[in-house]
Every structure is written in C-alpha cells, then in structure tokens.
Design a protein around this ligand. Structure first.
Ligand SMILES: Nc1ncnc2c1ncn2[C@@H]1O[C@H](COP(=O)(O)OP(=O)(O)O)[C@@H](O)[C@H]1O
Ligand SMILES: [Mg+2]
Length: 271
C-alpha cells in the first residue's frame, strides 16, 4: 500500500494489577485517516491510548511509530511523533492557557532552552485553530470543561506531530464545538496526519471516521470500514443495549439511535 503507516500495533497487551487492561490488540493508523476507537466504559480504550503512547507500560507486543519500535525511542522522540489528548488532563501548576499550549513545544526545544517568539506564534496559532485565541491569558483552572478540552487539543496541535491520539476529545463540547473539532481533525488528516480518536458519540463516529475499531473487555470485537462495523448486531452486542442504525434520508450518512425502554416497548408491542 502507498499509505504511510504512522502507527502499527500488533498483539498489544497491557494488564493493570487487577488484570483488566487490553489483550492482543492489532491496530493501524495511516497518514490521512481518522480511526475511531469505540467501546463501553471500562473496555480499555484509555489504557490502549496510553499504552500506544508509552504513558503506561511497557506493553507487550509490537508498537511501531513511523516504523520504529516505541521501546527503542527516547521520550522526547516519542513526543515528536505522537501527541496525546488525555481523557482527564492534570495540570500540576497554576498555568495560563498559553503556558499549557507552550508545553506542546517542549519536545522541539533544544536542551533547556526557553520558548522562542516562534514557539509563542505556534502556540497562539494552535489556540486560534480550536477557536480559543481569546483564552490565552486565562488561568487554565478557571476554564469550563469544554474550554479546557479545546486548550488541550491546541497543546497537541502545537506539538506538530504526524500522529494524534485523542481520548474522548468531544465529551464536554457543545454541538457547534463538536462539529468544529471534528472538521478540524478532518482537515489535519487531509494535511497528512493520522488520527486515532476515542469517542462515545456514535453519530460523530459515523460522520467522521474512515475506519472504526470496537473494543470490548480489552479485545478488538470488530474493526473495519465505518459503515461495515457500525451495525445493529455489532453495536447491540458491544454495548449490551439495543441500537438501531439507519441511513439518513437527506444526508445519506448513518444515524445511530439507542432505543429507550419506551421505544422498545412500542416496537415490540404485539399489534
Ligand atoms: N490506573 C489504573 N490502575 C488500575 N486499573 C486501572 C487503571 N486505569 C484503568 N484501570 C482499569 O482498566 C480497565 C479499563 O479502563 P479504561 O482503559 O480507563 O477503560 P475505558 O477508557 O474504555 O473506559 C478498567 O477495568 C479500569 O478499572
Ligand atoms: Mg477512557
């Protein structure tokens, strides 16, 4: 294939002390694509994202970032190849938003050098791209969850990596910002980056993901082209609740509808 493999994972396993984690996961992200990682709470999505970026581990199996085994790369080199938007970012210091985004520049700084004017430009440009330029001087601790989430995406953008791993990046965003974020991810993919995003909103996944991976109890339950994988049977089994999948009359896109108890009673009521 002509596609450039940015991330190639084979047989990746990682166990927490209590045995939960991920087991035998195969996964690829190529330049130009958005891959969705879906699954119920506790399935191991965050564990997998962290294993793939070596923030937990070492995992067993093979994880290649742009061709090189992650275990052979220095932390700084990993950070030049992959940026992570964690599900629950932790800020140790009372940073301003701009200071948080500048952290994304650190893998590119020489030795103990301070950020240059060019780094500040890049950080401000990243903030502008997520529609958060006006937040630059605000203390990170004072932002709303949705504002903070966009700032952490900006930090990942400022890192200028070919690969982006995002763990529920849209969970706190309103509808407009969800669409803006995923439109931005689409642009980044079109520019040649590879994107792996954990998400719970199956309609967003249907609209934006080229491929999806369903994770259940730490293992890949199904993987492939989005329309092939997001089916009534797969989703109903994975989430343990009935999920309808239809094609939208006007957009032609998939529409995913979880059934309420009331809807189920209506549908299954004998006529
Ligand atoms: N830091 C941790 N220490 C021990 N167990 C953990 C830790 N983080 C997650 N787990 C366990 O790993 C499993 C998968 O969790 P996680 O990857 O966060 O799931 P998901 O992101 O799919 O909701 C869960 O059973 C969870 O309790
Ligand atoms: Mg998670």
């Amino acid at each position: 294939m002509a596609e450039q493999s940015l991330l190639r994972a084979r047989g990746v396993s990682f166990a927490w002390a209590g045995e939960h984690g991920v087991a035998g996961v195969d996964l690829d992200v190529a330049a130009g694509e958005i891959v969705g990682l879906l699954g119920p709470n506790g399935a191991g999505k965050s564990t997998l994202v962290r294993a793939l970026s070596a923030t937990v581990g070492p995992a067993t199996g093979s994880i290649r970032l742009l061709g090189d085994e992650i275990g052979a790369l220095a932390r700084r080199e990993i950070a030049r190849r992959v940026a992570v938007v964690p599900q629950e970012p932790v800020f140790q210091f009372p940073f301003t938003v701009l200071e948080v985004v500048l952290l994304g520049r650190h893998p590119h700084l020489a030795g103990l050098a301070f950020e240059s004017a060019a780094d500040i430009e890049k950080a401000l440009a990243a903030l502008a791209r997520v529609g958060a330029a006006d937040l630059a001087e605000r203390p990170i601790a004072e932002l709303s969850s949705g504002e903070r989430q966009r700032v952490v995406v900006a930090r990942a953008l400022a890192q200028e990596t070919p690969l982006l791993l995002l763990d529920e990046p849209a969970s706190f965003l309103d509808l407009r910002h969800q669409v803006a974020l995923f439109d931005l991810l689409r642009e980044l993919a079109d520019e040649g980056r590879g994107i792996l995003a954990v998400l719970h909103d199956l309609n967003l996944a249907a609209e934006y993901c080229d491929r999806v991976i369903l994770l259940g109890a730490g293992r890949v339950a199904a993987a492939g082209a989005t329309a092939d994988v997001l089916t009534y049977a797969n989703l109903t089994r994975l989430y343990g609740t009935e999920v309808y999948v239809d094609v939208h009359d006007l957009t032609g896109g998939l529409v995913v509808t979880p059934l309420s108890a009331r809807a189920r009673a209506r549908l299954h009521r004998p006529h």
